[in-house]
Design a binder for this molecule. Structure first.
Ligand code: SAM
Length: 477
């Protein structure tokens, strides 16, 4: 029990006024004080769900399916002395620690007609990246997702999660998301706005979630939410869908924001009911068809999810194209691109999907929709994958390429045992018994890439970026 959980009286009376008749305040309070069940989402960019289940069963993990996400599970572990985030499987990007209710928005997005075939998506408020990585997994790393985040420190965490999960179809941007309607009108096929909010639903993992709670602060954040959703609506192509979600409970940040959109745009939009999104969804479904997830319904965090469709164009008073400097990348010369592709197939059995671009000595693999749809329209901090760095004698592949695609290689890799994996992560060179080779080699642990090394006779020189060197033991013998 979290007996110390702060639940101010003003908050409780605010909630009591909107609690649906079939739910009880006593259960609400009790569930706010109960610790949250742990949940994870399997990263299918790296591993199939069945393989993950088999692998983790051997380690004493029990996984109970989350009914609204095929890749989501509640988790109990026979031995939980190692924090989840420090397990080898987490480091290898095989799963993402994600609260079960926070898997709903992306499920709602991809259940909409047309979204699974969509080419260009936007995640307008993306850090730390649980939903961006969930979207990329559902896109199978194809098409393109712009993952935007306003806070500089959180952009770094987002970039790290994107790389850990082997995502290669994301362009990262760093703006106040209100710019999308101004700069990129009618551009995206689908948008997720998982909006900044007052976080009332998160009290089960943060007993101080209400420390600064006030109606005034809810009013301020609702203003930001209206602006971001209106901007997202302008950035959406006619026919496309937006999922609007928050991890908060007050109507001001949820139902009222949706009502504002209807008042503002009339029949240019309609909300689509989520009442049959999964068996049991009706328990959280409001009259309007939104999911208002009270923590006691599914024993989860509180959440709100609504899905709207843009039925036709609207005039866009926001439109004001951004001013961009010169785009620093150029498409790689066709002959060079063909020879790099041939070398990757020859050495690793991997044919890179995407468009090759260069900037100085860097070679990048951009998602295919980037050039036709976004080039020279918005500044992105990183696009796709940095594949290689050229030098006098050729090129050197990057750590991030190895993490994203190393498990797909049919050759050019060495499997490490747990002692060797530990040595590698500590930044040391390796001496695999009886083996030798030439050139760069992918180093894998239980089939998944930890990084790259370079053969020097019978030694493999460690090429792990220095900032990733760790001295903790991630790999049990
Ligand atoms: N979607 C994320 C995930 O699933 O990992 C969580 C997003 S969190 C609810 C909201 C994010 O919006 C925060 O990272 C916050 O820094 C960011 N944010 C706040 N104001 C913003 C703005 N004006 N434009 C874009 N992002 C903003």
């Amino acid at each position: 029990m979290h007996d110390n959980t702060l639940l101010p009286d003003a908050f409780l009376s605010h909630i009591a006024a909107i609690m649906p008749a079939h739910l009880s305040m006593a259960e609400f309070v009790a569930s706010c004080r109960r610790p949250l069940r742990r949940s994870i989402r399997v990263n299918t960019l790296k591993i199939a769900v069945a393989d993950f289940q088999a692998r983790m069963a051997e380690k004493g993990w029990t996984l109970a399916p989350v009914p609204w996400c095929e890749t989501g599970f509640w988790l109990t572990r026979a031995d939980d002395t190692v924090p989840l985030g420090n397990t080898a499987e987490h480091l290898l990007g095989l799963f993402y620690i994600q609260e079960a209710s926070s898997m709903l928005p992306v499920t709602a997005l991809f259940a909409a007609a047309g979204v699974s075939e969509a080419e260009l998506l936007l995640d307008a408020a993306a850090a730390p990246g649980s939903k961006s990585t969930q979207i990329s997994a559902l896109m199978g790393n194809r098409g393109m997702l712009v993952a935007n985040e306003f806070s500089s420190s959180r952009v770094k965490v987002l970039a790290a999660n994107v790389q850990r999960c082997g995502v290669s179809n994301i362009g990262l941007s760093h703006f106040d998301a209100k710019v999308f309607g101004q700069w990129l009108p009618e551009t995206f096929d689908a948008i997720l706005l998982d909006a900044p909010c007052s976080g009332e639903g998160t009290v089960r993992k943060d007993e101080d979630a209400f420390r600064n709670w006030s109606l005034a602060s809810i009013g301020e954040i609702a203003q930001v939410q209206r602006t971001l959703l209106e901007s997202a609506f302008h950035a959406l192509k006619p026919g496309g869908v937006i999922v609007y979600s928050t991890c908060t409970l007050s109507h001001e940040e949820n139902q009222d924001i949706c009502r504002f959109m209807v008042e503002r745009f009339g029949d240019a939009l309609c909300f689509e009911s989520l009442g049959d999104l999964f068996p049991g969804a009706e328990q959280a479904c409001t009259q309007e068809g939104y999911l208002h997830v009270w923590p006691q319904i599914y024993d989860s965090e509180g959440f709100f999810v609504a899905r709207l469709r843009k039925r036709h164009s609207v005039t866009n008073p926001m439109f004001k194209p951004g001013r961009l400097g010169k785009f620093p990348f150029t498409p790689m010369a066709e002959r060079d691109a063909a020879s790099l592709r041939d070398a990757l197939i020859r050495d690793y059995g991997i044919a890179p999907e995407g468009a090759l671009f260069v900037r100085d000595d860097e070679i990048w693999l951009f998602p295919l929709p980037f050039a036709p749809r976004l080039m020279n329209k918005i500044r992105l901090d990183r696009i796709g994958l940095k594949l290689a760095q050229t030098h006098k004698k050729g090129y050197r592949l990057t750590h991030e390429w190895a993490l994203a695609q190393g498990h797909l290689a049919s050759k050019g890799w060495v499997e490490l045992d747990s002692d060797q994996a530990r040595e590698f992560m500590m930044g040391r060179d390796l001496h695999p018994a009886g083996e030798s080779g030439q050139g760069e080699v992918i180093l894998r642990y239980q089939g998944y890439a930890l990084g790259l090394g370079k053969w020097v006779g019978s030694r493999i020189k460690n090429a792990l970026p220095r900032d990733l060197v760790r001295d903790t033991n991630l790999f049990e013998s």
